[in-house]
Ligand binder design. Structure first.
Ligand SMILES: Nc1ncnc2c1ncn2[C@@H]1O[C@H](COP(=O)(O)OP(=O)(O)OP(=O)(O)O)[C@@H](O)[C@H]1O
Length: 244
């Protein structure tokens, strides 16, 4: 089953120019890293793919499920760029609440929240109110909330932003340990961060896909002679004209 956007057009208001215009995208299996400059449309793409916002034209499907179907919402998880602490809720309650919104019953959601928090190494903060967590901890709550209902597609908007190096490694291990039938699309500005882990790289600029292919075909854009540790940066710079 594949998540697919077909000919989607989306503008934030009627008078504004469309951020995505007649945009089509098919999410490959495995881990896809989504790159692109500020304002390229990455968050918008993730929100449309997650069915958080509806395109004015076009369709979003997962296999034969339309984005309006309840099973679609259960199959697809979205982690927003800005996680909002829910006043009064602890980390575990926040994660369980998201599970419940996704259709889990209360006791399953409560148990799954504990497991999801353990996967992001936040068990010790499970009973802390989200309003008291650090920015990086709150992002990990966001990752746990995306994991809680065992979705088949994870759409993660800058999940590693603000994470310390150890937590980035925990996150990388977590991605590596996802089962084969889970696909991930994650945006990041840290070009080098996941270059080695990613199966695919998609690069977005001004609402258009500049590149979408295997990590190797992405890295092959780096100019000849680029140092091995700088291939991802080199490829990114080569794909994006200077004015970007
Ligand atoms: N809520 C909004 N209202 C109006 N315009 C918006 C809104 N959110 C985003 N935009 C505009 O849509 C365009 C795409 O924004 P988007 O957030 O999708 O880009 P992005 O690639 O995720 O950027 P960044 O890397 O800075 O997060 C930008 O021009 C932005 O100004």
């Amino acid at each position: 089953m594949t998540l697919e956007l077909t000919s989607c057009t989306y503008a934030y208001s009627r008078r504004k120019q469309a951020v995505l215009d007649d945009f089509s995208y098919r999410l490959p299996a495995g881990l896809t890293v989504l790159l692109g400059p500020n304002g390229a449309g990455k968050s918008t793409l993730l929100k449309i793919a997650a069915s958080v916002v509806r395109p004015k034209r076009g369709s979003v499907t997962f296999g034969d499920l339309p984005s309006t179907a309840k099973p679609f919402r259960q199959a697809v998880a979205w982690m927003p760029q800005n996680i909002t602490a829910m006043p009064g809720l602890t980390a575990r309650e926040h994660v369980a609440y998201v599970g419940w919104l996704k259709g889990m019953n209360r006791s399953d959601a409560w148990r799954a929240a504990r497991r999801a928090l353990a996967r992001v190494e936040l068990s010790d903060q499970a009973d802390t109110r989200t309003t008291s967590l650090s920015g990086g901890q709150l992002r990990r709550v966001g990752v746990a909330a995306a994991l809680v209902h065992e979705a088949r597609v994870l759409l993660l908007d800058e999940p590693t932003a603000g994470m310390d190096p150890r937590q980035r490694r925990v996150f990388r291990d977590l991605l590596r340990n996802l089962t084969d039938d889970v696909s991930v699309l994650m945006s990041t500005h840290d070009v080098a961060d996941l270059a080695e882990e990613a199966d695919h790289v998609s690069v977005l600029s001004r609402g258009r896909v500049l590149h979408s292919g295997t990590a190797d075909t992405f890295l092959a854009h780096a100019p000849a002679g680029t140092a091995p540790g700088r291939l991802a940066e080199g490829a990114y710079s080569a794909l994006l004209p200077l004015q970007e």
